[in-house]
Design a protein around this ligand. Structure first.
Ligand code: SAH
Length: 344
């Protein structure tokens, strides 16, 4: 595996520092970024206005392509799943979810190879974690999707494989690169980081001063149910998690979206709906109800449409802003919780 850093993992400032160290004119950094993120070329050789020796130097110092696309599943214009091989032969998956009526393309990014948290119903963490993705690899996912779509995606969610707060620094760096007006210029509010409830990550995220959205995967309204579904609850139980969420909301003035996957007879009862209302009444927030996607290692079943509707209505009646999401991509195994690092 190459030990060279990825050119897509550098902030503009870092590239400027590199140019400075190499005694290159300061404008070169922006020129290179323009080739990377506006022109979106696929090699250093295509950076036509750079002198050949500089192109050679960049090639010696940096890797250009960090992901190799092995497979695209699904039709263009519909949900698609891309399988990538990384330089060390690990595999990750990335999903494109278009909403043509709203002229919106969402990309669902992976942040790690595998996941350490092992939620019972999620395929991504069934065999643990191998490693973090680098910022360059994460930006690479967005660029590959951009190539596939012929345009930049306008919505980015860290809801693929991995726990973004377990790879905090590289995830934040990739966000700064995609958000930068000279980078991919994707608006901060169009980027969502989703956590399974890693409290130190939420606390750190409160301090970022960035308008990126935060989602928290909840899935249970009492410690026993939540710990059984999400072992992470043993480390940061509900009380601690909700305190951190409240503190985040107060400090940032931003609204958290809670993800709640409905599982038949496990967390979808009328009592649990009312418990959820109680839990969330403390501060403004939103709830995304997700139907369970089938995962072979998990025996739970999707809630009935009636139970889902009743659960939704309880939240609505309590004036909690809720959506009942339809799950996209189940046929491709590209829906919530179905992604895998396939070598694991
Ligand atoms: N690790 C982060 C990012 C993954 S986001 C997190 O947990 O938030 C993926 C979302 O899908 C999470 O809310 C996750 O709990 C949910 N999910 C996982 N498996 C699922 C399944 N089988 N059906 C529906 N949702 C699932």
């Amino acid at each position: 595996m190459s030990t060279k850093p990825s050119i897509h993992g550098l902030l503009l400032d870092e590239l400027a520092t590199f140019c400075n160290e190499q005694k290159l004119p300061a404008f070169r950094a922006k020129q290179i970024w323009d080739w990377l993120y506006t022109q979106r070329v696929s090699s250093f050789d295509e950076m036509k206005n750079l002198p050949a020796p500089l192109r050679g130097l960049l090639g010696e110092q940096f890797v250009f392509q960090t992901l190799k696309k092995l497979e695209t599943k699904g039709e263009a214009g519909e949900t698609q799943k891309l399988l990538f091989e990384l330089a060390d032969n690990e595999w990750i998956e990335t999903v494109i979810i278009p909403a043509p009526r709203r002229q919106k393309n969402t990309v669902c990014l992976s942040s790690q190879v595998g996941c350490v948290y092992g939620c019972a119903f999620c395929a991504s963490g069934q065999k643990g974690v191998i490693r973090n993705l680098s910022a360059g690899e994460i930006v690479g996912e967005v660029l590959e999707v951009t190539r596939e779509l012929g345009a930049r995606p306008n919505n980015v969610v860290f809801m693929g494989i991995g726990e973004p707060f377990d790879n905090y620094d590289e995830v934040m760096k990739s966000i700064r690169i995609m958000n930068h007006p000279d980078g991919l210029a994707i608006g901060a509010r169009k980027i969502t980081v989703s956590t399974c409830g890693v409290v130190p990550g939420i606390e750190r995220f409160s301090e970022e001063g960035i308008q990126v959205e935060l989602s928290v995967s909840l899935h249970g309204t009492d410690d026993q149910t939540r710990s059984c579904l999400m072992p992470v609850n043993e480390s940061w139980p509900l009380d601690e998690l909700m305190n951190a969420c409240e503190a985040y909301t107060t400090q940032t003035n931003r609204i958290i979206t809670f993800e709640y996957t409905l599982i038949k007879d496990l967390n979808d009862s009328a009592v649990q709906a009312r418990e959820l209302v109680k839990l969330l009444r403390r501060f403004p927030c939103r709830v995304n109800l997700i139907p369970l996607s089938p995962v072979e290692e998990f025996e739970g079943e999707r809630s009935t449409p009636e139970a889902m509707k009743a659960f939704f209505q309880t939240l609505e009646k309590a004036h909690i802003n809720a959506t009942l999401r339809d799950s996209k991509g189940v046929g491709l195994k590209a829906a919530c919780g179905q992604l895998r690092s396939r070598r694991l």
